[in-house]
Ligand binder design. Structure first.
Ligand code: PMP
Ligand code: GLU
Length: 397
């Protein structure tokens, strides 16, 4: 019998992290693996941000910080939300955490009681349903397809809400599909939430700056639901700061106080040096962010063209983030070397072994029809990776 709790035994391993690990292990054996499994910008953190961190150490920002973050950092977040998103928040409504990942966990653990329902459109980011499990909530999925650009309709949302619904969780731009909800589409959902005042909304906006259509739109802009929206955001994607571990929630005061209390018992404030770097990032303007976004857009266009040329793959043109989520069902039931591909996870393993390209199967995103391909990699690597994918898929018969 396992000594471990049911809580951990029931939790799935993060597939994004698992596939990245498998790719690294294969590379350590000398195999030339192209890793498109991890959602991580391949750019270095901009110099002015690194410089602020170096100065932070020299100035002895090395002590425990307030649990919710330095006041200057929270002020910088408030200013960002006003200037970039036209949203009014007070410093007391911002809680800075060890990555957006912790911000999500804080919010879910603070809001969801055992047995309460959390509505999650599929495909979703891998950790959402697992954090709901930790809170002993019940995930209720709304399925979307590539044909509807992976976006839910107000009718689908209305049909999923019950008296037990506590929370709705989504990301726009979306990981893993790259779909971006327009202002009108968000308003359509907001009108449904207006009718159901017992439902809270977690709006994960971590890919805000990697958006190739318009300016970013937040569902918190609709005043009649703003008090029930918890915005999740962070520095990892926009500023290429994945290893620094810094993110935040912006919410009503009650939820912010709860997240502060939760975090105070688990991790305390995030790294002092990282927080100083976070201030420099927010105060330093968006020049480097826009450069990275332009590079991502160019890569998206290259990969879209190349993937579209592969027979049997069905895909949408993502408007944001840095992922493709192509439907690969036409390869199910096909075989190579005596092995038959049953589902997307098996296809992803086949691509790792046969093409030496690491991707992630769709099952852990709640959609077993597709695989996720990250294009946060150099152009030559992307071109070679898609060539290898095409060649390997061509072997399946
Ligand atoms: N939300 C989404 C949609 C993500 O893709 C990620 C991946 N990093 C996170 C949250 C967590 O980001 P962080 O690195 O800030 O923990
Ligand atoms: N969010 C990234 C991804 O989806 C990083 C991995 C993770 O944090 O799970 O790949």
């Amino acid at each position: 019998m396992s000594a471990l709790s049911n809580r951990i035994n029931n939790l799935s391993e993060s597939q994004t992290i698992k596939m990245a690990k498998m790719g690294r292990e294969l590379a350590a054996k000398g195999v030339d693996v192209i890793s498109l499994s991890f959602g991580e910008p391949d750019f270095h953190t901009p110099e002015h941000i690194k410089e602020a961190a170096k100065q932070a150490m020299d100035k002895n920002f090395t002590y425990y910080t307030p649990v919710a973050g330095y006041p200057e950092l929270r002020k910088a977040v408030v200013a960002k939300l006003k200037n970039e998103n036209n949203l009014d928040y007070d410093v007391s409504q911002i809680v800075v955490s060890t990555g957006a990942k912790q911000a999500i966990a804080n919010a879910v653990l603070c809001l969801v009681n055992p047995g309460e329902e959390v509505i999650i459109p599929t495909p979703y980011w891998v950790s959402y349903s697992e954090v709901v499990k930790l809170a002993e909530g019940v995930s209720v999925f709304i399925n979307t397809t590539v044909e509807q650009n992976f976006k839910i309709t107000p009718e689908q949302l209305e049909a999923a809400i019950t008296p037990k619904t506590k929370l709705f969780m989504f990301s726009s731009p979306c990981n893993p599909t790259g779909s971006v909800y327009s202002k009108d589409e968000l308003e359509g959902l907001a009108k449904v939430f207006e009718k159901h005042p017992h439902v809270y909304i977690m709006s994960d906006e971590i890919y805000e700056h990697i958006n190739y259509i318009d300016k970013h739109e937040s569902i918190a802009q609709f005043d009649y639901i703003k008090d029930r929206v918890v915005i999740i955001n962070g520095w990892s994607k926009a500023f290429a700061m994945t290893g620094w571990r810094i993110g935040y929630t912006a919410s009503n005061k009650e939820i912010a106080t709860a997240c502060d209390k939760m975090q105070g018992q688990i991790t305390s404030g995030t790294c002092s040096i990282t927080q100083r770097a976070g201030i420099a990032a927010y105060e330093g303007g968006l020049e480097s962010v826009l450069e990275m976004r332009a590079a991502f857009k160019k890569r998206r266009d290259i990969v879209y063209k190349l993937l579209s040329e592969i027979d049997g793959i069905k895909l949408n043109l993502p408007d944001g983030a840095f992922y493709f989520f192509p439907n690969v069902t036409s390869f199910f039931g096909k075989s190579y070397n005596g092995k038959t591909i049953k589902d997307a996870d098996e296809l992803s393993i086949f691509l790792l072994e046969e093409a030496h390209v690491a991707t992630v199967g769709g099952d852990s995103f709640g959609d077993p029809t597709s695989i996720r391909i990250s294009y946060a990699a150099a152009e030559d690597k992307l071109i070679e990776a898609v060539r290898r994918i095409k060649e390997a898929l061509g072997k399946l018969a």
